[in-house]
Design a protein around this ligand. Structure first.
Ligand code: PGA
Length: 265
């Protein structure tokens, strides 16, 4: 690993890392300019050692797809949620098959904002993850403890039970991705200590091996929660951290590129 002006560059991992941008409920049609800018910045990065995924609001997917499919850089698209059913009377919802149809390869499921705003349970998250796999998408299954749970020393217990409840036990390691996102770190600028991230990711890896067997080793585990260009090098270098799920800092191409640079040599 080399160090350049305080930023670690060229981190090499066993699993090819993934850096995913979760745009949440942000962006109008003109945001397509940021995707064009992102493509240009990525072209300038030498040997990018990670996959790059953008998960915009559903309204922007086809606009982004039109740009991504014409571009020179492999930029992946994903949804932010999907329904567990293939189709039917579910006003306002979007199925995994619809996301696939519009050009997505991934979908975030069980984000803490979905769990809290929409009362999503582990069972619902598992059903959504299954629906995603059946539609040919890779679900990014989110887990993470609240501030109160962390203070009470319950982090590992909470994350373990979320994993047991949310991961489809019959899935293969390369069919799913886990994102560990401490709820208190999301959008707050607060980031856990390196040791805490290392401990939770190691525990997740062990738990996945017990749920999925050998497949748990090859599965990517992302860290999410206030990832920025200035802390990405440190966070991404931690063992068992195979990339990032980025909210606020994924909205502008310059900020997002700053994070992606840690995987560029
Ligand atoms: P943040 O969001 O990077 O703005 O903290 C992360 C997320 O919610 O996925």
């Amino acid at each position: 690993m080399r160090q350049n002006e305080g930023v670690y560059v060229g981190i090499v991992k066993n699993n090819r890392p993934l850096v995913a941008g979760n745009w949440k409920m942000n962006g109008l049609k003109n945001a397509v300019q940021e995707i064009i800018k992102l493509q240009t910045s990525l072209q300038d990065l030498v040997s990018l050692g990670c996959d790059v995924l953008v998960c915009p609001p559903a309204t922007l997917l086809s606009h982004f797809e039109a740009v991504v499919s014409e571009g020179q850089v492999p930029l992946l698209l994903g949804g932010q949620d999907c329904h567990m059913a293939v189709s039917g009377a579910h006003t306002g919802d979007i199925s995994a098959q619809m996301l696939k149809d519009v050009g997505c390869e991934y979908v975030i499921v069980g984000h803490s904002e979905r769990r809290s705003d929409h009362n999503e349970t582990n069972e619902m998250v598992q059903a959504k993850a299954k629906a995603a796999i059946e539609a040919g998408l890779i679900p990014i299954i989110c887990v993470g403890e609240s501030e109160e749970e962390r203070v009470a020393g319950q982090t590992l217990t909470v994350v373990t039970s979320q994993l047991r409840g949310s991961v489809p036990p019959e899935s293969k390691g390369n069919e799913i991705i886990i994102a560990y996102e401490p709820v208190w770190a999301i959008g707050t600028g607060k980031v856990p200590e390196v040791k805490d991230v290392a401990d939770v990711h190691q525990m997740i890896r062990k738990e996945l091996a017990s749920i999925l067997g050998h497949g748990g080793q090859e599965l990517r585990i992302l860290y999410g929660g206030s990832v920025k260009a200035d802390n990405a090098g440190t966070l991404m270098a931690i063992d068992n951290v195979d990339g990032a799920l980025v909210g606020g800092a994924s909205l502008r191409a310059d900020d997002f590129t700053g994070i992606l640079k840690v995987y560029s040599s």
